[in-house]
Write a protein that binds this ligand. Structure first.
Ligand code: ATP
Ligand code: MG
Length: 439
């Protein structure tokens, strides 16, 4: 009894001291890289005419069960759903498209003549088996183009995702594409597929036999090798598309060719979300191993209706932020310059500490990043020598020193740490002097 009690206590202590399985802290070592990536994403989205929306992290559970689809892995197995204190069922968003369409309808963000081009980024939540590149809280950036039914919008969306990756320097990527048809032609293809897979039933895995009648398209992207071999020889949907879907598909391909984008057709690409119609695509990285998709998207002309709205065509993509950073690190790509302290302000003696605090604050107000010894009676202030050691250790390009002499004449000694050059200037001029160098 005693031992069990202790083990339970130890388990509880561990739970409190560690982040839950599948979630992680993005620490300073990495967070500056995230800022670089999100800035690049924001800039590219703006260049393509997209406006940012901050969406809520949780929504009514029904939004996802209806929008994403009851028979998808996400809704069946992966959602973080709970009942709140008011007795409502809410879900931490597993993806952003359903929320974005909900927001666009709620606030009339696109009209008859104006497309709603919206983007967002932030955490998503899925109860999955954590592994490299797969987390339970992960991040996506996401673009949705609402209100346009034509193939030019599809091409623009694919081009936008590819352009973000180009600016981030990602190499070794492949665009794979398919059409998943529409409610006109999919039922026919569904039947062809059920007939085909039923004839191969003895080779399919348990979950594929399970989903054969409910969602036979999902058998196409099963990762089990036996099912994969059968799926490879399955009839291709693009040979069963209706005229409209077929013409749309041809025009998307022509549009990509016009922009010079190479792509590959993959008849097994169906995407795990029910809302897709016509175009479905993914961008895969050759440097990610098993979790190789950095981006997935496509057209979803019936999503708005399935969540109780009017008919509203849409096309968009979601990209895995964590995986993008992972690939960039692996490929040794640039994240720009890590923000660094520019100036260390040192007090030669205790009498100068007040002046150091004032001057440090002035530099910071001017947008020059500055550090000082912020020790006090409880922690102990650091000697002048120790302060200079901190400045050296931090590798700051400039130090400013204030001592008795400087105090008496209202000056600051500005030292260029690279050249060793030192000048004494009034505080206002000292800031301007440093600014001239660091730009
Ligand atoms: P996967 O095939 O890797 O499970 P998915 O098809 O479930 O991906 P989407 O729903 O299309 O993924 O999400 C778009 C992108 O979000 C993916 O291409 C991937 O980069 C990223 N992503 C999805 N799930 C996770 C996760 N659990 N952890 C980290 N990134 C993820
Ligand atoms: Mg998945």
């Amino acid at each position: 009894m005693e031992t069990t009690g202790m083990m339970e206590a130890a388990g509880a202590a561990e739970a409190q001291n560690k982040a839950p399985r599948g979630v992680r802290d993005i620490l300073p070592e990495e967070s500056w890289k995230w800022a670089y990536v999100s800035n690049t994403v924001a800039r590219t989205m703006a260049d393509f005419g997209y406006s940012e929306v901050h969406l809520p992290i949780f929504e009514h559970t029904e939004l996802f069960s209806r929008g994403v689809g009851d028979t998808t892995d996400i809704v069946e197995k992966e959602m973080y759903t709970f009942v709140d204190r008011g007795g409502r069922s809410v879900t931490l968003r597993p993806e952003a498209t359903a929320g974005m369409v909900r927001a666009a309808l709620e606030h009339s963000l696109c009209g008859q003549n104006a497309a709603g081009k919206l983007w967002c980024w932030g955490p998503m939540f899925r109860y999955e088996r954590p592994q490299k590149g797969r987390y339970r809280q992960f991040y996506q950036f996401d673009a949705e183009c609402l209100g346009l039914a034509g193939p030019v919008a599809d091409v623009e969306v694919i081009a936008l995702s590819a352009e973000i990756f180009r600016r981030l320097g990602l190499r070794n990527l492949e665009v794979v594409m398919n059409s998943v048809g529409c409610p006109n032609c999919r039922p026919r293809y569904r039947k062809v597929l059920i007939d085909y897979f039923t004839s191969k039933k003895d080779v399919l895995c348990g979950s594929c036999i399970d989903r054969l009648d409910r969602n036979p398209l999902r058998v196409l992207d099963c990762k089990v090798s036996g099912c994969g071999a059968v799926a490879d020889s399955a009839p291709a949907i693009y040979e069963h598309l209706c005229d409209e879907c077929s013409a749309h598909f041809e025009e998307v391909k022509a549009g990509l060719a016009r922009l010079g984008f190479p792509y590959k057709l993959d008849k097994r690409l169906v995407r795990g979300l029910d809302y897709y119609t016509k175009t479905a695509y993914e961008i895969l990285s050759g440097d990610l191993g098993a979790q190789n998709a950095v981006c997935g998207g496509g057209r979803y002309d019936n999503l708005a209706e399935s969540i109780g709205g009017p008919h509203l065509p849409g096309v968009g993509f979601a990209a895995g932020f964590d995986r993008v950073v992972l690939v960039m690190e692996q490929q040794g790509n640039s994240f720009g310059r890590r923000p660094q302290t520019q100036v260390y302000v040192a007090a030669q003696d205790d009498a100068a500490r007040g002046a150091v605090q004032i001057f440090t604050h002035k530099l910071r107000q001017e947008g020059i990043s500055a550090e000082q010894d912020a020790g006090d009676a409880s922690r102990g202030t650091r000697s002048f020598k120790a302060q200079m050691k901190s400045a050296n250790k931090a590798g700051v390009p400039w130090t400013c020193i204030i001592g008795g002499d400087e105090l008496a004449k209202n000056l600051v000694a500005v030292k260029n740490m690279t050249s060793g050059e030192q000048v004494s200037l009034p505080p206002e001029e000292a800031a301007a002097y440093i600014r001239r160098y660091i730009g």
